[in-house]
Design a protein. Structure first.
Lengths: 331, 278
């Protein structure tokens, strides 16, 4: 049984937490018999959470309460039908003319409903579909913390996670990777295993997959902080392969010290003829050298932008000589 | 180009090593015309790969003609005599159950099974290996089989995905990506397929089609205002043919190779085969 403080919960949620699903159903059954008005008042409490509404749906239907539900609750039950059928046309019809209502309803479903044991086999599907629509239809990345939490909670329990992971990655938000990296430090073996799979593209993960989780967390955090402006989503995921590289680092962008589009990996700003010339020389080098030059370029850029500009436009041989110390002078 | 134990091999000699060659000729021809040299430690190793590719194609055809259904993981089904259906919708081999019998059951009692396309590919791989490997070896290698898309793969399969290869061959697993998929049907975000040769692919849930037909089917599963068509990726997912060949050859005590192939060391490392000296 849930033992959180129930001060911030409405009555029905408090009953659900303290007495479980069957306790909630018993309570509400008695309430309906005593007073329809009171039952509706309990249902239409603004603090109500989605799992409670979902559990009470059969009784709401049996007692014709749906016509008197709050707009949010009505919308949620309608949207649930579309999500259970996985029918986009139905969802469009139900949410037509009230686009913002659909968005806020989905958000409410996800934010109040992603935790805890699934109520029935289809409950998790509703949460997944809500997350997917929020990210892909409404481009709402504010819910990524909840999605990440749901992914790892379900993974620990051995429940299905791949649609949620797909939705999370489809957001294409490199900054959200911090939510995954954090799990490396959790001490939970399943969390760490999944985090390593998703963060496989980070060099310290695929080169040292068995290193201590808390050490990997520090490495990954540092690496992400440095490379965030240059990361883009590859579109690879677990539907396609067992070991996706979910994101990639644009060495071109890092070399020029320009941000990259997180969707397609292209440098965001206009490239001058000089930039294109610099890149055409850069792209002829082998990857190791590209990495060295890109890392050094970004390091210089942060230290001294004027010195960096001079270095970037120097002959390539001079640039390579300047990084030779990084290879122990073997160049 | 094909080389056997470091020496360039004669194509006709290689083809003569196969009884009733069919798809093998096509693959060997393709390897010969390639700019890449395909190295094998022995002709037996090459023969094993060809046989396995042929068996993968056969297993794909057999699965297509069975009653094995397409179902999302939430609604997947399996025969509980051999498999335990897990909470995430995968099929875990039951304790004290022979993997050979469990895999055969999928084909024999196919109407009792249903899942998504990636898991179907793994089933195809197992069935193909079952046709080639001695049963005892198969059961030893795959004693902990767990069928759940590309996850929980047995390391002895050595499954790897690589990009931008110089050549793709019949028996490869390819992927059609559907970037503008309807978000409420994520199972259609792509289709894992087996290249059957002759321009045909088998994908569970779609069937046997040409590339254009696969794309057409996937495009029907896109969102309302879709802009981007589905397309075939430049990737291939393959078994570790050489490692499996070596397991087979050791178990049947055929001609010994001068050195041995081992499983991939770490998933994610660049594709290479470690050679151990005898």
């Amino acid at each position: 049984m849930h033992d959180e403080s129930t001060e911030s919960f409405c009555i029905l949620d408090s009953i659900r937490y303290s007495r479980g699903s069957s306790g909630l159903l018993d309570y509400f059954e008695k309430e309906i018999k005593q007073s329809r008005v009171n039952s509706l008042s309990l249902l239409n409490d603004e603090r109500l959470q989605f799992p409670t509404l979902y559990l009470l749906q059969p009784m709401i239907n049996d007692n014709n309460l749906s016509v008197e539900l709050s707009p949010r609750n009505k919308s949620a039950l309608d949207v649930t039908k579309a999500l259970l059928k996985r029918d986009s046309r139905l969802f469009d019809r139900l949410s037509s003319g009230v686009e913002n209502a659909a968005h806020s309803t989905l958000k409410w479903i996800l934010q109040t409903g992603f935790r805890g044991e699934p109520i029935d086999p289809y409950y998790e599907q509703i949460i997944d579909m809500a997350a997917i629509l929020l990210i892909k239809r409404f481009n709402d990345n504010t819910i990524l913390p909840e999605v990440a939490a749901a992914i790892f909670e379900r993974n620990r329990e051995g429940h299905y996670t791949y649609d949620l992971i797909w939705a999370f990655l489809e957001a294409g938000d490199p900054a959200s990777l911090a939510l995954i990296a954090y799990r490396l430090n959790s001490g939970n073996a399943k969390d760490m295993e999944l985090a390593r799979k998703i963060l496989r593209f980070v060099p310290c993960i695929h080169l040292a997959p068995d290193a201590d989780g808390s050490l990997q967390y520090i490495w990954v955090k540092t690496w992400l902080q440095e490379n965030l402006p240059f990361l883009y989503c590859t579109g690879e995921n677990f539907h396609q392969r067992c070991d996706p590289f979910t994101f990639n680092l644009s060495l071109e962008a890092k070399y020029l010290c320009r941000k990259v589009s997180s969707y397609n990996g292209k440098v965001s700003m206009y490239l001058s003829d000089n930039d294109k010339l610099l890149l055409s020389r850069f792209n002829k080098l082998d990857r190791k050298l590209q990495e060295l030059l890109a890392n050094y370029s970004f390091y210089l850029y942060r230290q001294n932008i004027y010195g960096w500009y001079g270095w970037l436009n120097a002959p390539l041989l001079e640039q390579i000589k300047s990084v030779s110390w990084m290879k122990g002078g073997l160049l | 180009m094909i080389s056997i134990n470091g020496s360039q091999a004669d194509k006709n000699t290689l083809i003569a090593a196969f009884q009733n060659p069919g798809i093998e000729i096509k693959i060997i021809d393709q390897m010969y015309l390639s700019q890449t040299t395909y190295d094998y430690l022995s002709i037996e190793q090459l023969r094993f790969e060809m046989n396995l590719r042929k068996a993968i194609i056969q297993a794909s055809n057999d699965l297509y003609h069975s009653r094995f259904s397409f179902r999302t993981f939430r609604e997947s089904i399996c025969n509980s005599t051999y498999w335990e259906r897990t909470e995430e919708g995968g099929f875990r081999l039951k304790p004290d159950t022979k993997p050979s019998e469990a895999i055969r059951d999928i084909y024999k009692n196919s109407r009792d099974y249903g899942t998504e396309c990636a898991t179907a590919i793994v089933i195809i791989y197992y069935k193909a290996l079952l046709e080639l490997l001695p049963e005892e070896l198969f059961n030893k290698l795959f004693a902990d089989a767990y069928l759940m898309n590309w996850q929980h793969l047995d390391s002895d399969l050595g499954i790897r995905t690589e990009k931008d290869l110089p050549d793709y061959f019949p028996g490869d697993c390819r992927y059609f990506k559907n970037p503008d998929v309807d978000p409420l049907t994520p199972e259609w975000q792509g289709e894992n397929v087996i290249d059957l040769g002759d321009g045909l692919y088998y994908g569970h849930g779609i069937g046997i089609r040409t590339a254009e037909q696969m794309i057409e089917v996937l495009n029907r599963q896109r969102k309302k205002d879709a802009q981007t068509s589905a397309y075939l990726l430049n990737t291939s997912t393959r078994l570790n043919f050489k490692y499996l060949a070596d397991q087979y050859l050791q178990s049947t005590a055929q001609a010994s190779a001068p050195s041995r192939a081992v499983p991939w060391e770490c998933p994610g490392m660049p594709c290479f085969t470690l050679l151990q000296q005898n």
